[in-house]
Design a protein around this ligand. Structure first.
Ligand code: UT7
Length: 337
């Protein structure tokens, strides 16, 4: 770490990974009172990928990280950051485990925890490290095993979540006009709504209250309240960051928003008065993968030919905390999945 002070941080490569097991709504409905039709209409989800027994978050992170490094063509990074709400352990953090498995010994490594907004907060963090000269080449991975934190008998959550990981390489550049340069971020939170989505068991609150082992280790969610907040916060954050970048919403080519619910994305398009076709949606096959959802959506958008170099992408997320964040980036040439 350390070295010369540099001014700009740019996305240089991207990689994504979902575990091979694909689970249909019908399979989910074997343990809850629901239907394929309800899940499709209320969430936009048809299938999601989930890990096989024995596979944890760092395993997915390693796969996505390896793909991003391969796309970049090097493994010479000086910092590894992992965003996850579903870590392998409360401690140690997941990033050093991932760095070790990727054959990056002694590299600086730490985790970022910002639930569904973890990709945006993590991107802002690594960009700030690069701009401050604390790192020059960063591997940043968002990885989640939501299926291990979801009660299959809870119909509020069982249909929604999926597993996966997405990774980017962020590098220093002297050129402020270079494609991929990370500029403005809008970041915010309101912990007054922290109870809307939680994993209550096994943290210090649980221990402080003497409940260790008896509180649920699964995601608990007040979906309807979150839904309303999501649309309001995403709209404001998107407008703020686009304005800060000196752009109008019309100048955005593609919106990649956290894939929480297809109807949230439709409502956001409505509020922003933007063509729904500008919103990339892959929730149908991936479900809600928390902080992995945006990099996985970027990967799928490239594979589907929707995202190509030179396009101006608005990235925006909202979720647990509650916390939200947005940024705008011109997609670079080299970033391939
Ligand atoms: O990424 C983390 C952040 N998470 C989010 O942003 C999630 C945001 N929220 C959502 O995506 C939606 O609120 C859900 C998909 C979770 C729920 O959809 P909703 O349209 O808000 O449903 P609801 O909770 O208002 O319930 C509507 C009805 C209720 O029945 P009644 O009272 O109208 O008779 C529920 O009991 O749907 C019923 N219901 C279900 N029915 C079949 C709730 N869950 C299910 C289910 N299957 N799984």
């Amino acid at each position: 770490m350390g070295g010369n002070r540099v001014k700009y941080a740019a996305i240089a490569a991207l990689g994504g990974y979902v575990p091979p097991r694909r689970v249909s709504n019908d399979e989910i409905c074997r343990s809850i009172d629901s239907t394929d039709e309800w899940i499709r209409t209320r969430t936009g989800i048809a299938n999601r990928h989930v890990v096989d027994p024995g596979v944890a978050t760092s395993d997915l992170a390693v796969e996505a990280g390896r793909r991003a490094l391969a796309a970049w063509g090097s493994d010479e990074v000086d910092l590894v950051v992992v965003s996850t709400a579903t870590p392998d352990y409360i401690s140690p953090p997941t990033a050093p485990l991932v760095a070790h498995r990727l054959g990056l010994p002694q590299v600086a490594a730490f985790d970022v925890s910002a639930a569904c907004s973890g990709f945006v907060f993590g991107l802002a963090t690594v960009a700030a490290y690069v701009r401050a000269g604390l790192a020059r080449r960063v591997l940043f991975v968002s990885a989640e095993t939501t299926s291990l934190f979801t009660d299959p008998r809870d119909r509020d959550t069982a249909p929604i979540f999926g597993d996966g990981a997405g990774a980017v390489v962020v590098v220093a550049t002297d050129d402020p006009e270079a494609a991929g340069v990370l500029g403005d971020f809008d970041l915010g939170s309101d912990g007054g709504w922290g109870e809307l989505v939680t994993i209550p068991g096994y943290g210090s609150r649980d221990r402080a209250n003497g409940f260790l082992g008896s509180t649920s280790p699964y995601i608990a969610m007040r979906g309807r309240d979150l839904f309303g907040q999501a649309v309001t916060r995403l709209e404001k954050s998107a407008r703020t960051v686009v304005g800060a970048a000196g752009l109008s919403l019309d100048e955005v080519d593609l919106v990649v928003v956290h894939q929480a619910n297809g109807r949230i994305i439709d409502a956001l398009a409505d509020e922003l008065e933007l063509d729904p076709k500008k919103f990339f949606i892959n929730i149908g096959e991936k479900g809600n993968t928390l902080s992995a959802s945006i990099p996985l959506a970027l990967c799928d958008a490239i594979k589907e030919g929707v995202l190509s170099p030179g396009l101006r992408v608005l990235i925006t997320a909202f979720g647990g905390g509650t916390a939200w964040g947005s940024t705008v980036v011109t997609w670079p040439e080299k970033a391939v999945s």
